[in-house]
Design a protein around this ligand. Sequence first.
Ligand code: NAG
Ligand code: NAG
Ligand code: NAG
Ligand code: NAG
Ligand code: NAG
Ligand code: NAG
Length: 699
Amino acid sequence: MSLNSYKPTAIFTGMLSSRSWGIVLAIVLCVVGLYALNHPNSKTSFCTVQNDLRFQQMFLNSTSNYTVSSYLRDLTLHPHLAGTQAALQTKQYVETHFKDLGLQTHTAEFEVLLSYPVHASLALHYRDGSSEDLQLTEPGMAGGVVVPYHAYSPSGSAFAKAVFVNHGSNEDYLALATLGVNVSGCVVIARRGEMSRGGVVEKAAEKGAVAVLLYTEGDMFGGVERGTVMDGLGDPLTPGWASVHGGEKLDMEQREVTQRFPRIPSMPISAENAETILRSLDGPRLPYEWRKDALRSKVQRVGPGPTLLNFTYQGEKKMVMIHNIFAVIKGWEEPDRYVLLGNHRDAWTYGAVDPNSGTAALLDIARRYTLLMHSGWTPRRTIVLCSWDAEEFGMVGSTEWVEKNLLNLGSKAVVYLNVDCAVQGPGFFARATPQLDNLLVAVTKKVKDPDSEEMTVYQTWAAREEGILIQRLSGIDSDFAPFLQHGGITSADLYYGKDFPVYHTAFDSYDWMTQYGDPSFHRHVAVAGIWGLLALQLAGDPILPFNYLSYAAQLQEHASSLRNLLGNSTSLHAITTSIQDLAAVAKQMEEEAKKLREQETTDDLLELKRHSLNDRLMLAERAFLDAEGLQGRPWFKHLVYGPINDNESKLVFFPGVANAITQATRMPTKDGLPAIQHEIWRVARAIQRAASALRGELI
Ligand SMILES: *[C@@H]1O[C@H](CO)[C@@H](O)[C@H](O)[C@H]1NC(C)=O
Ligand SMILES: *[C@@H]1O[C@H](CO)[C@@H](O)[C@H](O)[C@H]1NC(C)=O
Ligand SMILES: *[C@@H]1O[C@H](CO)[C@@H](O)[C@H](O)[C@H]1NC(C)=O
Ligand SMILES: *[C@@H]1O[C@H](CO)[C@@H](O)[C@H](O)[C@H]1NC(C)=O
Ligand SMILES: *[C@@H]1O[C@H](CO)[C@@H](O)[C@H](O)[C@H]1NC(C)=O
Ligand SMILES: *[C@@H]1O[C@H](CO)[C@@H](O)[C@H](O)[C@H]1NC(C)=O
């Protein structure tokens, strides 16, 4: 990414309506004040703060459900799977939007390995010798929509007995074993649950299955859920470095590459097709716990057989160019500190929810920031709006870009704010690293609730049964993962609605959004409001609004959960001590920040003190990274939040510890304890590093 040099005069060249001139005059006074930052004893901070609040207000009252809905309509006219011609149109749309607003715009291209379907067939062969071909498309699937498939599934065929494995988890296979069912040599039918698609296929392969058919329960539209089955993030040919054109690429047949793909073919099927297959099975009855929603109890028996399935899948892996687009609003005082807002643009089908509700919000934020710029606003730090490509294949666009820019991001990125599916339905949800909790809550107090008159988002959020609940970011399901889990960058992820029935199907269209997801587009407006305000504060506040007391409190809770899980078998003393140290430093920082905020005058020395404090606040998150990364998955460097191999793990944090505990359960008692204790020590050292980073002194 190249940031061109900033021209201060640009802020006065925008179109100004005559009534804006009064505002301009006020701003000129403040800007003059900002110039005076270099002159000791000039009074500017009051002016700056007032200005920031005024611009926040201006941002809030520049909302429009009309602009955001028109962006969404334009973006979702055609299906736009990454690497296809249609995807280029959405690329141009976003690029043109940024350019037309007068924003500095550029593209980062990568050459990556994506995967597309060529041919698939599925036939049932019943006990009585009759057979039936199943329809593999979706009802109402119009031109240009890719047939349902699993990206990176190997090509292959199977002619074998069908067997039902529920979600395909370890527990499910144990239940089958007690019924005497062996899935070896069979085609497995599994129901989508919490496990990743790739995880289900890999587990089935481990048990000797020859193919997997995966269905999703509860989609009244009859859609079929597409998705990737690749393990890990980014282009499989360039693990750990960027897939630039002409750069190093691994050979497709290399183990490092092939081990990221499942060993057996798989495909998604509709719930209707799943029902046809499952109702024809014989063998033992379903275990009791599986019955409650296995196709609403129409399924009686698990098989295997007697029905045989003839399944073929042929796919192709292709090198294609993908395009990330950026718009940059250069900061005034700290141009080399970045506040990044990101959303992916590529979709399995029309992508009205996933991801273009987020894209529409991003484009509206760009529009509104430009209005602010025309009124004289420039952020203190640089704001970068990022539009990612090929997220659906495994966060490919964002991962390659993070790998390419790792060093500059490491030293200069303040925060990454992600929105993927901005609106899936009602209710605000957030995931974040804990130093952002307070800011997130504060911002929701300023944004109107889209569904209740006279209420703020905060009020309806707090009134929900579970209260204000901010989830953490151990998942690897959107573009925050490379930023946080590889780059150690403070991150958040925002959305409206818990989930949605047309996920990854041809029904994820503008019509669905206007009928069910957000008929008047006020939820889009709310997400854009929260997202844009968060960035305004993170890019504008003289002292970064990061609260490490929240982080320490969250770590303490994590440690208590771990204690409950492990009992007295392992010592958590090291973790507890380091959290206490972190909390103590965090408290000192709060006081330091308070003093600096209260300074009425400003001068070079104060600016230096702020800068030092801000850098320590920014870098503390990096301290959770460990050079060696997670055992067996060295690309994931973050020891507090990262992928947990066993979804049945009680822990959704400390991935190294969680994975060591899972491994220990497969060993004789006590054999696994040293590995758990080692992982606990690593976490303790990471927390200690964070405390040192905050303290910022050599000891
Ligand atoms: C929006 O906020 C700005 C700044 O407070 C104010 O000048 C302007 O009049 C407001 N516009 C509307 C439509 O409320
Ligand atoms: C399942 O069947 C396969 C092939 O017949 C056999 O190798 C395997 O040991 C069996 N597994 C169990 C748990 O019985
Ligand atoms: C793990 O996945 C299985 C199957 O998808 C699901 O039934 C179970 O609830 C999940 N467990 C957790 C803790 O998420
Ligand atoms: C299975 O399906 C393939 C592809 O349609 C077909 O070529 C093959 O003959 C079928 N096999 C059987 C045993 O029906
Ligand atoms: C915008 O909101 C108004 C008021 O709720 C509503 O009447 C209008 O239909 C909405 N516009 C769009 C495009 O949804
Ligand atoms: C763990 O040790 C503490 C203090 O020695 C004791 O009070 C507690 O009962 C022990 N817990 C278990 C689960 O053994």
